[in-house]
Structure formats: structure tokens, C-alpha cells
Design a binder for this molecule. Sequence first.
Ligand code: GLU
Length: 304
Amino acid sequence: MEMEKIIKSIYENYAGDLGRGKVADYIPPLAKVSPDKYAISVCTVDGKRYNIGDYTEKFSIQSISKVFTLAMLAPMVGKELWESVGKEPSGSPFNSLVQLEYEKGIPRNPFINAGALVITDKLVERVPDLNDKVLEFVRGLAGDDDIFYNREVAASEYVTGERNKALAHLMKSFGNFKGKVSQVISAYCHHCSIEMSTEQLAKAFLFLANGGVNPLSGEAVVGTRDAKRINAIMLTCGFYDESGDFAYRVGMPGKSGVGGGIVAVIPGKLSIAVWSPELNVHGNSYRGIATLADFTTELGISVF
Ligand code: GLU
């Protein structure tokens, strides 16, 4: 079946599939999002675009931003980055403190909150005007300047984010966090609050489907080696304690966020972004995962 038909048939199949999860409400402004939003966007590395549903509507990218900040930092720091953060699946929820205590403040990977806080700490240390630079970076990836922070979401997450502050303080007690906790958490909350549409997200992830080079601009965002590594970590760690199940069902490296977005890539071929705000118990969009599982099955390609 051709791509357009596959996407349309999946969309129609899941359009009414609601009520099996819950829109995130632990960051209060996220709870205002309508649960029935649904969008799919695909970009191929050779320039084809497919979109359906609410694909121009922007939503909170939340933890999807962890991929952007890792991609920004990776070329600045050598392999010593992996002394401060691991590259193993955590098997734990995104904001868990338990593992961090017995692993002496070294987070399992950059895609759980503790790991992303280490990445943000290192960015704060190296990049003046970090929030402006992150936005510039993401806009450059998407080839689109119409991407902004949602200050209400950032402020609300800062105020309610006691677990993130606890993670940062715990890592500081182990010497794995240099900056001021309030400054780093504020930057992290801003990055999570970026709003993008699936159309913009699919474009912004194309560089990971293209060996680190953004096919929109021809620019090398990260080297081939870092692209391989980021994809490997997305495959093994992109969905918290559901990463194994996602790899099994979908077979693509990807990253989810509690705003209900998921972005995934098939290296050499395409990137796909899905948005559906109702989340399962792991904090991942259940309709997003079902969409992607059907996508790779019906298309007959995945990374395996
Ligand atoms: N901003 C969220 C938090 O730190 C990110 C979690 C997510 O999207 O999975 O709680």
C-alpha cells in the first residue's frame, strides 16, 4: 500500500479510539488540552511529506526536547559525557529517584529526567543565553521560525517540579551536577515547554534519519557517529519503562513526551511524528504507539 493510503487508514482506524488513558495533569496547563487531538506527519529524507489530522496545531513537546538538548551538547563534549550519564535503559519511570541513589548520582541515560538534567547542566555551563540558543537550534532543525516557548507551561512546571529539583539536588550531593539547581531546572522547564506541531517535529527529526545531516539545509547537525548513538539510545531508552515494548511493537528509535507526542525515525528513510494526548500508565501516548506499530507493520519496514 502506498504511504498516503496507509496513514489515512491508520488515522481513520484510531480516530475514535479514546478513553484508554489520561491527559497529563501533573503540570496543570497540560490538562487543558483536548484528549481527542490526533495528528500524524511523515517526512521522507528524499523530500516527501504526508500529514493528516491536527498536524498544524502546536502542543507541548515535553521530553521530546531531551533529544534536541542531547544533540546540541554531544558535539561540544567528547566521550567524557558518558562518565556523567549512562546509556542503559532504566526500566524505571521518567522521574524516578530510587535508581539514582544506589547508582551514586549517575543517571542511567539522557532520556530520563535525571539524565536530561545532567545534559542541561552541561549546556548551562557552556552556552550563554541558552534558552535563545535552544530555540534557534530547534528552529534551524525544523526550518521554521514559528516555534516558541510556552511561558505558562514552563513556569507551572517549575513551580510543581519538586521531583526534578530533588533529582538535581541528589546529583549535586554526588558531585554530578555543577550549576545552580534553580537555573538549570528553569532552563529544563523551558525546553520542555517548547510547542511544535507534528509537521514541525517530523521535519526537526529528519537529521537523525539522515546520518546527522539535516536534508532541509544540508547542514551537519551532529556527526554520523553521534547520530548513530542518539538513535541507539532512543531505541533502548526513548519510552522510559516501556522502551522494550515500543521496540518490540514498533521497531523504530523514537522519543515520547507527556504532551502526547511521539517522534520516531527509520534511518535512511523517514521521520514520523504522532500526537494524541491521552497517556498510558508509563506516560506514553497509547494511541501514538498503536499508530506507529501499525505504521511499520503495514509499511513493511522498520529498523529490523
Ligand atoms: N517536563 C516533564 C517532566 O519533567 C517531562 C516528562 C515527559 O515528557 O516525559 O516531568
